[in-house]
Design a protein around this ligand. Structure first.
Ligand code: ADP
Ligand code: MG
Length: 311
């Protein structure tokens, strides 16, 4: 069975297309990554799937049931962990999770059991009586997750659950996504961190400007750039670099200049390292460090869009 099927989904804000004719099919049991830079349309897509936002056009089926403006009952299969943490600061962790559990229709003993399990799962049971206002950013994110999974939904949708938190909490969240999935939950995971989708996702759709530009497993996506290699240089005086001149070197396909790091993608078969280095030495630009890096989803995004995932 398909967990979620989306056909021709479109969301328009006046003249602006936030989601531009997206079609996706997400199998049950998947950890499905929606990867894209800020503004790509990830949250808009997620919020339409969850029935929080109405689409301008298109069809959505959740476990075979069509979601419509009039009939949103298919939402019962879903648990949403929203991008903006939505919690009651004055409530304890326990009370917050309990509140969300009751919203999903849980009652009595079952509610208490589910709350405890959700807190245990997110590693917060020891802190259940602490008020949300006393939680750190990472703990709030985890509490946000506990609230989204308390009713044991078949499909959990997490919208950028690791933005702005410490590495330890981030790791805890990634591990808990894997655990949820091992228990049979389908997870849809949006992020602009390619390392995260590389680590946990079995299937990935890359979004940009409201469109899905490519979809597949990590291996399938990387095969798009398997004929490339990626050279990274670290330099100090990047102002003097002429991107066009580097692009003119034989074999160079993409050049991206960041603060003090330049990424130069090149056709794999062509040896042009001497020419690239020559450009820097003749222009008296000191290279601090240089080396080839493995191709990754950033390379894929770059070669499809000419831009970086992270601005
Ligand atoms: P992402 O989650 O990938 O960062 P969003 O789905 O939040 O992207 O936003 C996609 C685009 O839609 C952005 O350019 C954003 O500015 C725009 N957008 C989102 N909500 C609204 C709104 N209520 N009115 C107008 N534009 C919006
Ligand atoms: Mg978003």
């Amino acid at each position: 069975m398909k967990a979620i099927e989306i056909q021709n989904l479109t969301k328009r804000y006046k003249d602006f297309l936030a989601v531009d004719n997206i079609s996706l099919s997400i199998e049950e049991g998947e950890i499905y990554g929606l990867l894209g830079p800020n503004g790509a349309g990830k949250s808009t897509t997620i919020n339409i799937i969850c029935g929080i936002l109405n689409s301008s056009y298109g069809e959505i089926k959740i476990l075979g049931e069509t979601l419509s403006i009039k009939d949103k009952s298919a939402r019962k299969y879903l648990g949403l962990v929203p991008q903006q943490v939505a919690l009651y600061n004055e409530y304890s962790a326990y009370e917050n999770v309990k509140f969300f559990g009751s919203l999903y229709g849980l009652k009595g003993n079952e509610l208490e059991e589910c709350v405890k399990k959700a807190l245990e799962f997110t590693g917060l049971l020891d802190m259940k009586d602490k008020r949300a206002s006393d939680f750190s950013g990472g703990m709030l994110r985890r509490l946000n997750i506990a609230c989204g999974i308390v009713h044991n939904p078949k499909i959990v949708i997490m919208d950028e659950p690791t933005v702005g938190i410490d590495p330890q909490s981030r790791n805890h969240i990634l591990q808990s996504v894997k655990k949820l999935n091992e228990k049979g939950t389908t997870v849809i995971y949006t992020t602009h961190y390619m390392e995260e989708v590389e680590e946990i996702c079995s299937k990935i759709a890359i979004m940009d400007n409201g469109k899905v530009i490519v979809e597949g497993s990590k291996e399938e996506l990387k095969s798009i750039v398997s004929d490339k290699k990626s050279l990274i240089l670290r330099i100090d005086n990047f102002e003097t670099i002429d991107e066009k001149e580097i692009k003119n070197i034989k074999g160079v396909t993409d050049v991206i200049i960041d603060e003090n790091e330049i990424t130069i993608n090149t056709e794999k078969e062509i040896n042009n390292l001497d020419k690239i280095i020559n450009y820097f030495t003749t222009n008296k630009i000191e290279i601090r460090d240089i080396g080839y890096e493995d191709i990754n989803l950033e390379t894929v995004f770059l070669s499809l869009t000419g831009r970086r995932l992270r601005e």
